[in-house]
Write a protein that binds this ligand. Structure first.
Ligand code: FAD
Length: 390
């Protein structure tokens, strides 16, 4: 028996689900909205296990525009999410992103730089000498130079998540601690969700914000999403020589990336082809010692001396079609909305995506039209091209 019919039920209360709930309540305050989250500690959510970076440096124009919007939102986030004058604190630090460029990457980097500059982004081309001058610990030998985004940076992802969540609750969204076992439908219309307790919850619209778990839940109504959970690892390092100031998120063409964390520690990661598919959260120090450390020490020779303090693993919801977001209503099921497949860049996309999904559901015009990411492209096998997926 159904206990209540919501206008919108959101499956998953990570950053996508919480942002969507907030923008829905901001767009249409009377909309009965529930967010169903199976783990309110968020211990396995990608949101809390990420590198918390926001960057303008993408090669696909809409991804750049999404980040431009994120920058605006993050700048004003603490004020916008205040509840009864209590502001969340998100530690937004615009310490830059530096993408090293080798000969092979030169043309794509130049094309991306031009497009970003055309959009008004603050992005600079640096020669290797400029890299050395600015960051003397680096050894840019063998690189042509780098692109530097001084406005890129990082923030406290948990703080942003809690900010959206608390604000959405203050505006009347309900957050329910429960696990959705399936989506329900009649014919080609969504009717709600069923919990693993057997309880049915009615809804006119269901939004799949289940992160790395999204394909399993979509499959319960026959929707085959090309999204897999892929394990990614992050390592925390205490180096003997501390940089004089913050190091930007520095990305090497091999895919290795690192940045300083508050207190002078270094966070380091690298997506690798052999990263396993599945719901595994163990991390492996051998990967650091045998693979990543030698590569790091070649680029930053003084980091030959360091201590691995700890590591963690989180999941990319990897879109195996093209690595980009899947956004909008599933063409074959009325009322089923998807905000899935963000791979390694979903945190910075949450503000634009949450707002866009809320505009779709409430049939408002779009501040930023993201229809290019529509899920119909999966049925048509139409890929979007983005070189900047780390
Ligand atoms: C190591 C790592 C580094 C990253 N670095 C960055 C970065 O620097 N910048 C960036 O922008 N992005 C980064 N990302 C990607 C980013 O973290 C994700 O794209 C983003 O957090 C996705 O948010 P989400 O809300 O979709 O998923 P999640 O945060 O995983 O939230 C999904 C939620 O759904 C819940 N759920 C799932 N199934 C059910 C169910 N059946 N019933 C109820 N609840 C359910 C889960 O418990 C979870 O809380 C990184 C990811 C990883 C793993």
């Amino acid at each position: 028996m159904k206990r209540k019919i919501y206008d919108v039920v959101i499956i998953g209360g990570g950053i996508m689900g919480s942002a969507t709930a907030y923008y829905l309540k901001r767009t249409a305050p009377d909309l009965q909205t529930a967010v169903i989250e199976m783990d309110p500690s968020y211990s396995r959510a990608s949101t809390t296990l990420s590198m918390s970076n926001a960057r303008i440096q993408f090669s696909f124009r809409p991804n750049v525009q999404i980040s431009q919007y994120a920058f605006q939102v993050l700048e004003n986030f603490e004020q916008e999410m205040a509840v009864n004058d209590r502001k969340p604190s998100i530690g937004y630090r615009r310490e830059g992103n530096l993408f090293m460029v080798n000969a092979e990457g030169r043309i794509p980097a130049e094309n991306a730089l031009k497009m970003q500059q055309d959009l008004g982004c603050d992005i600079e081309w640096w020669t290797s000498e400029q890299v050395s001058r600015r960051f003397p610990l680096y050894n840019p030998e063998g690189y042509l130079g780098a692109t530097f985004g001084p406005k890129d940076g990082h923030f406290d992802a948990y703080g942003v998540l809690m900010g959206y969540r608390a604000k959405a609750i203050s505006m009347g969204a309900e957050f329910v601690h429960a696990e959705v076992s399936e989506i329900t439908k009649t014919g080609k219309r969504i009717t709600g969700v069923r919990l693993n307790t057997g309880e049915d919850i009615g809804a006119n619209n269901v939004v799949n914000c289940a992160g790395a778990w999204c394909a399993g839940i979509a499959g319960t109504v026959g929707v085959l999403l090309p999204v897999q959970p892929v394990k990614r690892q992050v390592f925390v390092l205490d180096t003997k020589v501390k940089p004089d100031g913050p190091l930007p998120l520095t990305v090497l063409p091999s895919g290795m990336y690192f940045r300083t964390e508050t207190g002078g520690l270094i966070l380091l990661g690298k997506s690798m082809p052999e990263d396993p598919v599945g719901f595994s959260f163990s991390w492996d120090d051998k990967r650091f010692y045998e693979v990543l450390w030698p590569e790091l020490a070649e680029f930053v020779p003084v980091f030959e001396s360091l201590r691995l303090i700890r590591g963690w693993a989180g999941l990319y919801a990897m879109n195996t079609l093209d690595g980009n977001a899947i956004l909008g209503e599933w063409p074959e099921l009325e009322g089923l909305f998807l905000a899935n497949g963000f791979s390694g860049h979903g945190l910075q996309q949450a503000p634009a995506v949450g707002r866009y999904i809320s505009e779709l559901i409430t049939k408002q015009s779009h501040a930023l039209d993201l229809s290019i990411f529509n899920p119909g492209r999966i049925l048509e096998n139409r890929k979007l091209s983005e070189n900047g997926i780390v």
